[in-house]
Structure formats: structure tokens, C-alpha cells
Design a protein. Structure first.
Lengths: 133, 133
DNA sequence: TTCAAATAGGACTATATTAGTCCAAATTAG
DNA sequence: CTAATTTGGACTAATATAGTCCTATTTGAA
């Protein structure tokens, strides 16, 4: 199945929420309650987005998150990569995977699959979060 | 992660193999050995393709499979649907899923996700197996 | 008529991925 | 000091994917 993970789904909802609450800090609790997203999971996602410099965070009481980039500067492709890891539609295309797919020799479809991969990548690279808010 | 399942990967390899062995029956064992695909799994896939009228089969000894459609008549989208089930990039878009996603009210991104879904669908609907053989 | 090679298909197990939870620490405004 | 908050590691649960096992059925040929 070809799916957008919950992480990315929640991230999109959170980014929308935060970007619409401009100029004030938004807490994870607030988003979690309002959007019915599991708090702990959401926290992880926001932390990640903070580490990736998409969000700014303020710790402590009265803390919260705010945008660090404009929504049209955040690419869906990058969001997916940071939350779900590498985007490889087939194992043999995963660069990490110490390659050497055991089917290497017998695999007859690598080249067209690679092309398909590129097309999907481009689809995601051409979308920014502004398309979702 | 966005992935093509092994089932689809194996199906593509098998269809390529069969379509290149024209005019003779190809056995599951033959493909399995030659392409290093688990026999039982491949069998299931070929049976499915037969039931979906993409392949023809002959039972009994000297039996095997042959193509029932031209490769350019088989759409990647359909192949994926029949082997992996519905292609829905997010739960809320799955028609089966008795809909009523519990986030329904709070979900703020359904419309752009739907658009993305359509784009991905079109990508797969515009590819036929002939692109892979 | 028996045997072997093949498809057919149900039921099951194993593995990997994704989703979600729990807990404790650090930070900071009041 | 305390409560609200981010931070982050470790864990569990749920789901999906991949693979295996077993038995039945079909059919050509010895």
C-alpha cells in the first residue's frame, strides 16, 4: 500500500495549526486537544520539527512552539524524509540498505522502478506545506 | 514510507518473464528459480493474476501460465489494487474504511490530501506493465 | 491405472513497520 | 518552590507485509 504515515499527517495538521496561530506560542497540549492527536506522539513530532529547524520552541511554563520557516519554504518531501526516513519505493533503491539487493542479478525491473521512484519524488518535492494549510 | 510491495515487485518480474517467453507455458517453479522469488508466494501471486484475467493457466503436468493481455493493457494501478488492495494514501480516504474517520471534524487537511492522492493515482494509472518489461 | 508435475487455495507463522505509551529529566515564568 | 512546559529514551501494541506449510485437484504420460 502506498501511504502517508500518521506522523506526516499529524505534522501537517500541527503545522497548519501553528501557522494559523501566528505571533503566539502554541503548546503541544493545545494542538493535541484541539486536533485529537495522541499527545506523546505529537510531542515527538514537534520536537523533531524543532530539531530540523522548522519550528522554534520555548521551554518552561508559558512555553510552546512557533514557526521558524514560512510554509512555502517547507517541502513535503523533506517533511516525509525527516519523519519517516528515506523514501525508497523498493528495497533495492534504498541507498542505506548496504545495497547489494540479493536479487541484483536476477532483478529485471530496477531501471523502470528507479524512474517511477524519481517521478514520485518529484511529486513530493514540488509540494510545500503551503499546499496543505 | 512510500513503497511498492514485494508482491507487486514480484508480479512485475514474473510478467516480464512470461511476456518474454511467448508462445509457451511458463511454470511458477521456473520463474521462482530463475528470479529467486519464494515459490509459494509467487504461486499465490500468479493465481491472483490468473483470477484477474491477466494470465491464463493450464493445470496438470506440462501446465503453466501464459499472458492473457498485452503488457500495454495492464495498468500498474490495477496491478497494485489487485495485489495490495485499495490504494489510499491516508486512512480517511479509504472508501471501505466505513469512513467516519474519527478525526473527521478536527481534520484540517483532508482536501489537499485528497488532491495529492489523485495525483499519485494518476501517476500509477498512466503506467502500464509495458513500461517495466 | 498409477505416478509425477503442475495449478489451486486455505491456514498459519514470522518479520518489519508504524503507531502509541510510559517515564523521568530539564527548563522557566510566576 | 511549583506548575507548565519541552526534551528525549525506552518500551509496548497494533497492523501490515512477507513468507511457509499443507492438502486438494488437474492432467499428461509411462
Amino acid at each position: 500500500m502506498i501511504r502517508i504515515s500518521k506522523k506526516v499527517e499529524y505534522a501537517l495538521m500541527a503545522l497548519k495549526f501553528i501557522s494559523e496561530s501566528d505571533n503566539r506560542l502554541v503548546t503541544a497540549r493545545e494542538i493535541s486537544d484541539s486536533k485529537k492527536i495522541p499527545y506523546d506522539l505529537l510531542s515527538k513530532i514537534l520536537q523533531k520539527l524543532k530539531n530540523e529547524e522548522i519550528l522554534l520552541s520555548n521551554q518552561g511554563s508559558n512555553g510552546g512552539y512557533s514557526m521558524n520557516k514560512r510554509t512555502d519554504e517547507i517541502y513535503l518531501y523533506n517533511l516525509m524524509s525527516m519523519l519517516d526516513g528515506e523514501i525508497a519505493i523498493a528495497d533495492c533503491l534504498a541507498e542505506s540498505k548496504d545495497k547489494d539487493c540479493c536479487l541484483e542479478d536476477s532483478c529485471s525491473i530496477k531501471s523502470p522502478i528507479t524512474k517511477l521512484q524519481k517521478e514520485i519524488e518529484n511529486l513530493f518535492k514540488n509540494k510545500t506545506i503551503s499546499d496543505f494549510v
